[in-house]
Write a protein of this length. Sequence first.
Length: 88
Amino acid sequence: MTLLIIIMANIKANIKNIRKTRKQHARNKQKITTVRSKAKLVRKSQSDKDLAIAYKNIDSACAKGKIHKNKANRMKSRLAKTTHKTAK
């Protein structure tokens, strides 16, 4: 069970920052969730077409700063390794 703490700001700029941060958090979470689900799909299907889609999502998340460059490269390497291992 998580505890939700609501902090109510009194200053207009802080209220706006809270709204903005929540929107950014939702966008970032959605992007990362998409990357993870596409990676799972690749591991399940072992398809080169799915691998290309996963690469595109990983590169997009990396370019926008949602995940680190090294993590993106590591994810792509591991996905390629699992795909090509079963192809042989």
